[in-house]
Design a protein around this ligand. Structure first.
Ligand SMILES: Cc1cc2nc3c(=O)[nH]c(=O)nc-3n(C[C@H](O)[C@H](O)[C@H](O)COP(=O)(O)O)c2cc1C
Length: 421
């Protein structure tokens, strides 16, 4: 029997995805010192394009070079180097797959090494190991500028030959900061009610649709919840999903968490029910209500590892597209193997990456250990991305502490290179 993962799907705009598997966005850190795509980045996407995944979403590309999620981000704010982006989109679609660009603005989640005055809807600082400066609350003209930047970048994405665009409204970055009543404490038309908090996103979607036309797919990545008290809730998500459907979004990707609550990669989601935390595909339980409300195709990302769980999710209609991220770092061809039914599950190694597992007992480890764990785990996948970009096989025996050190060193070098050449 053919796998349900092999079936194509038509999006509301008319685009057809060749199968039900999507590579979710993963920040690559492979831009040059001018924030432009490199040969390594293009090689990485060529490798992925030949691995059988129907839809690929790039790591977050920034709409403003003054504010990055990390050094090594690509920035697309004008057409000066559009040819480089054209070769990326060409090589990255070599498998007949879709390649969409994820556009993002970090807001307050912009490291101190990049900006000492990051933007935020309100003056609410992110305090993780002193890595983020106090943000400047945005005024009306800042907000209008950000909207215009997303629209311009989306137009350039289409001009560069990518086959779609995704607006990043999840994981605690700027647009998700606007949605969160904990971070957005504004009293004007951009804060307060959910309608006001979602206004910036809806303005961006309407503006992007105008410049890309009706046949170009627009996606949105949204948190099911921030998993923080007083943050963006599941009820909020269900309402925003409805609005996004009305605003002509073609594919809604559901994820969750922020830097403070790393549920996006299944780390410490303290407000998530125990049963959910233990289960594969940890956001799937929200899919049905979100899908009913949005009335557009929904993709769920986070924790999918076994073929049977993915196939059941598609067959039951619970989910339309399965998002995979870390598995594509350790096995870039895993989608083809899942679709051909030659593997039962993917081992993306995250279970082996928790330092001191079982050692701490009931005592919570210090925040330093937690940080080493989080950065070490993410660093492990950054390293696999670097390997793939050099045409090398993944190095899955890399330990968490070594991955942590390697990531910190690489990040420091990227910042220095960007600042001083
Ligand atoms: C190394 C790494 C980089 C990531 N970068 C991004 C990003 O740029 N944009 C984004 O929306 N999510 C990003 N994520 C989150 C993933 O897209 C995905 O939501 C998460 O890893 C859960 O999916 P998985 O369990 O299949 O890995 C990143 C995750 C990892 C591990």
């Amino acid at each position: 029997m053919t796998s349900p993962l092999a079936s194509s799907i038509s999006l509301p705009n008319g685009s057809v995805l060749p199968n039900r598997l999507c590579k979710s966005a993963m920040t690559e850190g492979l831009a040059d010192k001018f924030d432009l795509p490199t040969a390594e980045l293009i090689q990485l996407y060529k490798t992925w394009a030949l691995g059988g995944t129907g839809l690929h979403i790039t790591g977050n590309i920034m709409v403003d070079r003054r504010y990055l999620e990390r050094a090594g981000n690509v920035v697309l704010e004008d057409d000066k180097n559009i040819e480089l982006f054209r070769s990326w989109s060409k090589q990255g679609t070599a498998g007949g797959n879709h390649l969409w660009v994820q556009l993002n603005h970090p807001g307050r989640q912009c490291p101190r090494m990049v900006s000492k005055t990051p933007l935020c809807p309100s003056d609410v600082q992110l305090t993780i190991l002193g890595n983020f400066s106090r943000p400047r609350p945005m005024d009306q003209s800042d907000i209008e500028e950000v909207i215009a930047r997303f629209i311009t970048s989306a137009r350039l994405v289409k001009e560069a030959g990518f086959t779609g665009v995704q607006i990043h409204c999840a994981h605690g970055y700027l647009l998700s900061q606007f949605l969160s009543p904990k971070i957005n404490q504004r009293q004007d038309q951009w804060g307060g009610t959910l309608e006001n908090r979602a206004r910036i996103i809806r303005r961006i979607i309407v503006g992007v649709r105008k410049v890309v036309g009706t046949d170009f797919p627009i996606g949105v990545k949204l948190n099911s919840a921030d998993f923080q008290k007083g943050g963006f809730s599941l009820e909020d998500c269900i309402t925003v999903a409805k609005w996004l459907g009305e605003d002509s979004v073609d594919l809604l990707e559901i994820s969750g968490g922020t830097y403070e609550q790393l549920s996006l990669i299944g780390v410490e989601p303290t407000d998530v029910r125990e049963s959910t935390r233990k289960r594969e595909a940890y956001f799937i339980e929200y899919a049905e209500r979100i899908k009913q409300s949005a009335k557009i195709p929904v993709m769920i990302t986070g924790g999918f590892r076994s073929r049977v769980v993915m196939e059941r999710a598609i067959e039951s209609g619970e989910v339309d597209v399965i998002g995979l991220a870390r598995p594509l770092c350790t096995d870039p061809d895993c989608s083809a193997k899942l679709i051909n039914q030659t593997i039962q599950s993917i081992d993306s190694h995250e279970d082996k990456l928790v330092l001191g597992q079982g050692f701490w007992g009931n005592n919570s480890p210090s925040s330093l250990i937690k940080a080493i764990n989080s950065f070490g785990q993410v660093g492990f996948y950054y390293w696999q991305i670097i390997r793939l970009s050099r045409g090398l096989a993944p190095e899955t025996q890399l330990g968490t502490f070594k991955a942590f050190l390697r990531h910190m060193t690489n990040d420091f070098k990227l910042n220095i290179k960007r600042k001083f050449g």
